[in-house]
Design a protein around this ligand. Structure first.
Ligand SMILES: Nc1ncnc2c1ncn2[C@@H]1O[C@H](COP(=O)(O)OP(=O)(O)O)[C@@H](O)[C@H]1O
Ligand SMILES: [Mg+2]
Length: 480
């Protein structure tokens, strides 16, 4: 699964770091190039001064010395004199070493005497300077280096070959000047580092705004839409995904889903209306059938058939109840504050005569006070009636059904019948589920209606064993 948010955040972080590293690298390279260029100019200038001073006095010697070898050159008095002059000239300037070559690459002089007499004709930089007549420079790092002042360690050095040419333009040899640029190089490194930190801070802040501000904000409408979508069910018709603030790229998907929901809603609505209409249409023929039964001469048959017709009428009524519960704008949505005790009394008053007729009793116990709960009076009445009718149907003649009230918004309906076995305690609340060997006239809809009703009031219903055997159905409601 591609996690766009994380992917973009990571990718842009990597790109940003790379870009910063590149900027720092370019800056560093540029600064070092500048350093070499400035050092070269400095070395060329210095060299000009040395040449002016030395050439008039030692020019001939430097040209003619080409046949001498190292030891001889070292022993010459000119070598020491040149050394002194150069040392004087470069006092206070960060020059570490100076060498003078003739045009064949022979080291005629070096401030490091050991190098006098060495042949440099093979050096590309030297040859380039002598051939093109242009100074050439390189920046190098030396672990140790023998300078005027003795050995020095870990130095950055710009070494410049400067061609020696007198008025007529002939190149007579080359100077090589070594300048110490360690300090400047370190300053460049420091500046680069500081710049990197600064850029990192600025771009880090921008990145934060981009990733955590803008991107999170762009994704927020999608999250909102997902939460909304999670709430959509068959009973939440009319709920649509919000389109406001939705990213343009996602909008077509959201709009398409909303249109699909429109179509589903219409289909669902048609189906519900069909169920309700069918149930309703059945009531009239059942009523007519009942009326015809009354005219039958065979009273025994008529009574038996009458029971069946009544049972069928009950089922049709339950189907109508279900259709109403499912329909949009159902009264179930009009929750109010009702007195649980009052409704229990109403239902018991209504059902008690029927129970007594069958040799059973209904008993109300618990608090005498009002118990205000969140519910709808008509629907709560229907739920309680279902539970008490079931209990009366299952409790044996001569026993009683107890309705206990609890001031926390709980009501228990307990009978002394066979109870509901543990494996059936979930299933009893499913539509059309009936216990094994159930002979009553129902269709298994009653408890599913009860569950649906109490859940719409944010309540719940459970079944357990009554203390002395029998079933105990408990409705929990939200107390106001
Ligand atoms: N008080 C009870 N004691 C024992 N079994 C019960 C009780 N109430 C319900 N049941 C079981 O749950 C089933 C479903 O009940 P219900 O949904 O009311 O449908 P119906 O009453 O139409 O059968 C019943 O068939 C019965 O097996
Ligand atoms: Mg029932």
């Amino acid at each position: 699964m591609l996690r766009i948010y994380r992917y973009l955040a990571l990718a842009s972080a990597v790109v940003l770091l790379l870009a910063l590293a590149m900027v720092a690298w370019f800056y560093h390279q540029h600064a070092v190039l500048n350093l070499v260029e400035i050092s070269t100019k400095h070395n060329v200038g210095l060299n000009r001064v040395m040449l002016n001073t030395l050439w008039s006095k030692y020019g001939d010697y430097l040209i003619s010395a080409r046949d001498l070898d190292g030891p001889t050159l070292r022993a010459r008095p000119e070598t020491r004199e040149i050394h002194e002059t150069i040392k004087e000239l470069s006092a206070g300037v960060n020059v570490l070493k100076v060498k003078i070559y003739n045009r064949d690459g022979l080291t005629i002089f070096s401030s490091d005497p050991a190098q006098i007499g060495e042949d440099y004709s093979g050096r590309a930089a030297f040859m380039a300077a002598v051939r093109d007549g242009e100074p050439s420079s390189a920046l190098t790092f030396r672990d140790r280096f023998s300078a005027f002042s003795g050995e020095v360690f870990q130095r950055d050095i710009v070494e410049t070959y400067v061609p020696i040419s007198i008025e007529d333009g002939d190149i007579l040899g080359a100077f090589e000047v070594y300048t110490d640029v360690t300090d400047i190089k370190q300053r460049i490194a420091r500046t680069t580092f500081n710049m990197l930190i600064g850029l990192f801070a600025i771009f880090g802040a921008l990145y934060g705004v981009l990733v955590f501000g803008i991107m999170r904000r762009a994704i927020a409408p999608i999250r909102r839409a997902s939460n909304q979508a999670a709430k959509i069910g068959p009973r939440s018709s009319g709920v649509r995904l919000p389109t406001s603030g939705m990213p343009w790229e996602v909008l077509p998907l959201v709009t398409a889903v909303n249109l699909a929901l429109d179509r589903l809603d219409r289909a669902l609505d048609a189906q519900r209306r069909f169920a309700a209409d069918s149930a309703h249409e059945l009531l009239t023929p059942l009523a007519v059938l009942g009326a015809h039964l009354d005219t039958l001469n065979e009273k025994k048959v008529a009574t038996a058939l009458r029971q069946d017709v009544d049972a069928m009428t009950d089922v049709v009524h339950q189907l109508l109840d279900l259709a109403e519960l499912e329909s949009e704008g159902s009264v179930i949505n009009e929750t109010e504050t009702v007195d649980l005790r009052e409704i229990c009394v109403e239902v018991i008053t209504m059902l008690a005569p029927l129970a007594v007729r069958d040799g059973k009793q209904l008993a109300l116990s618990g608090t005498e006070d009002m118990i205000m709960v969140k519910a709808n009076a008509r629907m709560l009445h229907r739920a309680l009636r279902n539970l008490i009718e079931n209990a009366t149907a299952h409790t044996p003649p001569g026993t009683r059904v107890e309705i206990q009230l609890d001031e926390e918004g709980v009501v228990r309906v307990t009978d002394q019948g066979p109870g509901v076995p543990p494996e059936g305690r979930d299933a009893v609340f499913h539509r059309f589920w009936r216990g094994d060997g159930e002979t009553g006239s129902g269709a298994g809809l009653g408890l599913s209606i009860v569950k649906r009703i109490v859940e719409s009031f944010d309540g719940s219903v459970t079944v357990s064993d009554a203390p002395g055997g029998g079933a105990c159905f408990t409705i929990y409601l939200v107390k106001i």
